[in-house]
Design a protein around this ligand. Structure first.
Ligand code: IMP
Length: 198
C-alpha cells in the first residue's frame, strides 16, 4: 500500500541541479518544501544495484535515513534490445568520466554493428522513501527505435539517437515540452503522483 505525502520537507536525492529543479517544479502543487541532497551535504551513495528500481531505492533510502526526512530519488537509462538491455543502469557510465555522450552513442552504434534489431526503451524508476525504511517505487518506460548518426540538439544524453514509437523524429529533434509530456520520467511521475501525492 503506497504511503501518502501530506506536505513538509522533501529531499531530492540528487546532486544534479537540473534534476532537482525539474522535480521542484513538478512537485510545486503538492505543498512540498524541496531541498536537494547537495544542499544538505549528504554523501552520494555508490550505485551498486543491478536494476533501475534497486538503484532508485538505494539512493532514496540513503538520503532519507541520512537526513531523517522523506526523500525522492530517480534512476534512469537506455536499454537496447539488440544489446541485451545494455547500457541500461550503466547508461551514464558508458559516457566515461568526461560525460561524452557522442562517444557513448558511437559505442552503441559499434556494439550493434549489423544487428537489424534497433528497438530500445528509455526507463526511469522513481522511489519515495521514509526514515523508517518504507519506500514506494514506480517505473516508467517509453519504447522506440535507434537511428544513426545522432540527430538534433535538444535534450541530453542519448536523445539524438532515440525515435519514440509513433514519431519519425528523435527526442533530440523534439520540442522539449513534447518530450516531457511523453517521456519515461513523465510516465513514472504520473504513477508516483497518483499513488502518493493526490
Ligand atoms: P542517472 O542520472 O544515474 O539516472 O543516469 C541516467 C543516464 O541515462 C543519463 O546520464 C543519460 O545518459 C541516460 N538518460 C536517462 N534519461 C534520459 C533521457 O531522457 N534522455 C537521454 N538520456 C537519458
Amino acid at each position: 500500500m503506497p504511503r501518502r505525502f501530506t506536505g513538509g520537507k522533501l529531499v531530492v536525492a540528487s546532486h544534479n541541479a537540473g534534476k532537482v529543479r525539474e522535480i521542484r517544479d513538478l512537485l510545486a502543487p503538492f505543498n512540498a518544501e524541496v531541498v536537494s541532497a547537495g544542499e544538505l551535504g549528504l554523501p552520494e551513495p555508490e550505485e551498486t544495484g543491478l536494476t533501475f528500481i534497486a538503484n532508485a531505492e538505494l539512493k532514496a533510502l540513503s538520503a532519507s535515513l541520512g537526513a531523517n526526512v522523506i526523500a525522492l530519488a530517480d534512476d534512469s537509462g537506455l536499454a537496447v534490445d539488440g544489446l541485451n538491455g545494455a547500457p541500461g543502469i550503466y547508461s551514464a557510465r558508458w559516457a566515461g568520466p568526461t560525460k561524452d555522450f557522442n562517444l557513448a552513442m558511437k559505442k552503441i552504434e559499434n556494439a550493434l554493428g549489423q544487428n537489424p534489431d534497433r528497438n530500445a526503451q528509455f526507463i526511469c524508476a522513481l522511489s519515495l522513501a521514509w526514515p523508517d525504511g518504507h519506500c514506494d517505487t514506480f517505473e516508467g518506460k517509453v519504447a522506440g527505435k535507434l537511428t544513426f548518426p545522432p540527430r538534433g540538439s535538444e535534450g541530453f544524453g542519448y536523445d539524438p539517437i532515440f525515435i519514440p514509437e509513433g514519431f519519425d523524429i528523435t527526442f533530440g529533434e523534439m520540442d522539449p515540452a513534447k518530450k516531457h509530456e511523453m517521456s519515461h520520467r513523465a510516465n513514472a511521475f504520473r504513477q508516483l503522483v497518483a499513488a502518493c501525492f493526490s
